[in-house]
Ligand binder design. Structure first.
Ligand SMILES: [Fe+2]
Length: 282
């Protein structure tokens, strides 16, 4: 059984309303609901009938059938098949309190060169897995500096004694004694692998996704069926996703910071924010 989505109807409505700069009152007026009912949708207390969901989608510039499918729990992405190229991506749930964050170990199969992508809040699970596999990480790559993704940096810095990379526009996380900076388009070497940094700003000022062939570790930019919270800029986040991620081949795997892995093709077909807004494969 595939993992549940990170975002529910209430999250999607709230994020889309943020994108339109609508208050709950604005949205209520646009679709003929009370403000209280909009509040109940956003706090997961009420899932309205399909006709109301389609009105909400229309007012919020979301793809109606995709929104209905998620509200009715009729869609999750197919379980992905790993990229056949010579690297391994191991996904670890690392907790910040009770909240799971997905961190990744990326290993070049030929040389065993390894990078840790995001630390989580309490990175014991990362350290345990690295020891179990007898690896020696040589790089820590951060998608962004939020504490649930970078809070374990000082512990991993002490443990692995390796440089940490993040976008130069991102706030500086504490804990690294050797901070290096990337920007979109840069290539980072890992054994025989080349990792491309892709700018996916908007959730934070310097969000970065990391692409290895047809696999991308995308932090909190896009989730299966939703998008990250636009703490920095909604339009920048939307444009980053539509221009820098969803233009890639449809079988490109997306490994987000929360929720299940997905593909570019799945999100173009089923994500209510993006369905119908990005062209087909060339
Ligand atoms: Fe985040």
């Amino acid at each position: 059984m595939a993992a549940a989505l990170e975002d529910e109807l209430g999250d999607i409505v709230q994020k889309a309303r943020d994108g339109k700069s609508f208050s709950q009152g604005d949205l209520a007026r646009a679709v003929g609901l009370s403000v209280g009912k909009v509040g109940r949708i956003e706090s997961y207390e009420w899932i309205p009938e399909d006709s109301v969901l389609l009105k909400l989608a229309g007012a919020l510039d979301l793809h109606g059938p995709s929104l209905v499918a998620i509200a009715r729990e009729k869609w999750v992405p197919e379980e992905i098949t790993p990229d056949p190229d010579p690297f391994d991506i191991i996904c670890l749930n690392v907790y910040m309190g009770l909240y799971p964050v997905k961190c990744y170990l990326l290993t070049c199969r030929e040389t065993h060169a390894t990078a840790v992508i995001d630390t989580g809040g309490d990175p014991e699970a990362v350290i345990k897995k690295v020891r179990e596999l007898d690896l020696q990480p040589e790089k820590i790559l951060l998608t962004h500096a939020h504490p649930d993704h970078a809070g374990g940096l000082s512990q991993l810095d002490r443990e692995f004694q390796c440089p940490t990379w993040l976008d130069k526009k991102e706030p500086r996380p504490s804990g690294s004694r050797n901070l290096q900076f990337v920007e979109g388009g840069d290539l980072i070497s890992l054994g025989k692998l080349k990792i491309e940094a892709i700018a996916t700003r908007g959730h934070t000022p310097g969000g970065i996704s990391y692409r290895i062939n047809r696999s991308i570790i995308s932090g909190d930019a896009i989730f299966a069926g939703s998008m990250g919270r636009a703490n920095s800029s909604w339009s920048l986040l939307f444009n980053s996703i539509t221009q820098n991620l969803l233009t890639l081949p449809e079988d490109t795997r997306l490994y987000p910071g929360h929720g299940p892995a997905t593909t570019v093709g799945e999100e173009k077909q089923h994500n209510p924010f993006f369905c119908g807004k990005v062209g087909g494969e060339e």
